[in-house]
Design a protein around this ligand. Structure first.
Ligand code: HEM
Length: 493
């Protein structure tokens, strides 16, 4: 993905720009993660842009870093992996022992997997990821068709479960749909046997929510993923871990487990955020042409592209480090300084935002929500197709959905890396009667729930498909996902 924008000449405000050579540590950077960042991050980015121009020194929970706010500067960093490599070994302050051992962001950055890693090993790992993802993201492949059918079936299970509260009612679509659905898809991708995946999924939530039980949950999760990695090494299947191993046979069991952890986190958190944001966009009428138009074949994906641009799930990327002293924005970034690209801030840069106006020749696809350059997201198609299958099914099963809160009062949750809805309260009305949870025919596997909205050639069904029959939830699946199901059943209103 290469973008060429005309240089506007200006480099942003920067009235108080530090003179050349001032060290990051000497700039007394302001804390980034304030209350304003949580509630109105766009104001924080604008303030920083005004004060410092396109690159600003910030304090990340006690550790100084550069935040890249400019669209052009973000591309400059993302497209030059040699000049701005990832890899914590490149971080000067860390090598000099100046990053506290108990820095709150350390746990998310110190697990050495593809997203964080720098160095020569990355190239082989990245090409293995690309190969291992291909069967699941090329829509013509049987694995991709099975995954989409499974996601549609999981969506049916979740909708049927939440509708046990009544044909009309209130639900939190975040907790009861957008969050569990991608976790179930991740379990399918990972090829978890039996109910083992269920407990790992619940632990992934505990880790992502960073509550008091996050640490033991992380330990349990890594053990479970280690066991899964060992099982797949011994007896490969038609799942992501086995395809990754086939593409990179040198991966140790530990290294494979770390990659699986990364996949589980990305699928569960980011895809869940994308589903919730798309649902809000469709039902709050923000999407052009109204709900039905937005849901017609190509429009789910187009709506999603707009949503991902306006509200990037990954707001700030993982750090890169200057390979040598380099001028960026109004500052000289010294070798080994950490640099965080902010997609959210770059999208608000007038250089980018101004060109998104109607009639602009720049496609909205020039956004940075999937990254850019050699380290951009390899799973964009996979993430979008899981989210699209879920959203499509949701609007087929519910004849009416409306927000139970004004759109500007929906609660958000933020971390230094991501931003998503904390909950998504809706009033719903189901199409047809409330289905009962019944036992499936003995021969029917849980993953084989039919997917009426997905044509056999993998193309999304056109608009105006008949109201689907509400399927029963196979109780075999209920048993298989017992801990997840007990939790979800507790949320029925
Ligand atoms: C809505 C969902 C997703 C979004 C918005 C997203 C976004 C991104 C972004 C912005 C990057 C680049 C980060 C950087 O440059 O530091 C990235 C990298 C990556 N993503 Fe995604 N992602 C999503 C889902 C997924 C999923 C589901 C997977 C796995 C199945 C995945 C796997 C990866 C990997 C492996 C990388 C690192 C690539 C590399 O460093 O070579 N992503 N993603």
């Amino acid at each position: 993905m290469e973008f060429h924008l005309v240089d506007d000449g200006g480099e942003g405000g920067g009235e108080t720009a530090a003179p050349d050579g001032t060290r990051l540590e000497d700039l007394a950077p302001e804390p980034l993660l304030t209350r304003d960042y949580e509630t109105r991050p766009e104001l924080v980015y604008e303030r920083l842009r005004e004060r410092h121009g396109p690159v600003a020194p910030v304090d990340l929970l006690g550790v100084p870093a550069w935040l890249v706010l400019g669209y052009r500067e973000s591309l400059q960093v993302l497209q030059d992996d040699a000049g701005w490599p990832k890899g914590l070994e490149n971080w000067r302050a860390r090598s000099e022992g100046r990053v506290p051992a108990d820095w709150p962001l350390a746990p998310s950055l110190e697990v050495n997997h593809i997203l964080i890693q720098g160095g020569p090993g990355h190239r082989a790992l990245r090409s293995a990821w690309d190969m291992a993802l291909r069967p699941f993201q090329d829509p013509r492949n049987p694995q991709a068709k099975r995954l989409r059918a499974a996601v549609t079936g999981y969506a049916d299970e979740l909708i049927t479960l939440l509708a046990q509260g009544g044909r009309t009612g209130l639900a939190d679509l975040s907790a009861q749909f957008s969050r569990p659905l991608p976790l179930m898809a991740a379990s399918h991708l990972l090829g978890f046997p039996g109910s083992q995946g269920d407990d790992a999924l619940m632990d992934m939530w505990r880790v992502l929510d960073a509550g008091p039980d996050a640490e033991p949950a992380l330990e349990r999760l890594l053990v479970t993923l280690g066991e899964l990695a060992a099982a797949k090494t011994e007896k490969p299947g038609d799942d992501f871990p086995s395809h990754l191993l086939a593409a990179h046979p040198d991966l140790s069991v530990d290294a494979l487990a770390r990659e699986l952890f990364m996949l589980l986190g990305m699928v569960s958190d980011h895809v869940g955020i994308l589903i919730s944001n798309t649902v809000v966009e469709v039902i709050s009428g923000e999407s052009e042409g109204g709900v039905r138009t937005a849901l017609s074949a190509g429009m789910v994906r187009e709506t999603m592209n707009r949503v991902v641009m306006r509200k990037p799930p990954l707001v700030n990327f993982v750090p890169r480090f200057a390979a040598e002293d380099t001028r960026l924005g109004n500052h000289t970034i010294h070798a080994g300084d950490p640099v965080w690209v902010s997609a959210a801030a770059a999208h608000a840069d007038p250089l980018f935002a101004g060109r998104m106006a109607p009639g602009s020749s720049i496609s909205s696809r020039a956004h940075l929500s999937w990254g850019a350059g050699p380290r951009q997201c390899p799973a964009r198609e996979l993430a979008s197709s899981i989210a699209a299958a879920g959203v499509r099914r949701l609007f087929e099963r519910f004849g009416h959905l409306e927000l139970a809160l004004p759109v500007d009062q929906l609660p958000w949750r933020s971390s230094p890396f991501m931003r998503g809805l904390r909950s998504l309260p809706v009033r719903y009305e189901l199409v047809g009667p409330v289905p009962h949870i019944t036992a499936p025919p003995a021969a029917k596997a849980p993953d084989a729930v039919p997917a009426p909205a997905v044509a056999s050639d993998g193309v999304e069904a056109p608009d105006g498909v008949e109201a689907p029959e509400a399927p029963a939830v196979p109780d075999q699946a209920v048993r298989r996902r017992s801990s997840l199901w007990r939790y979800l059943a507790g949320l029925i209103r």
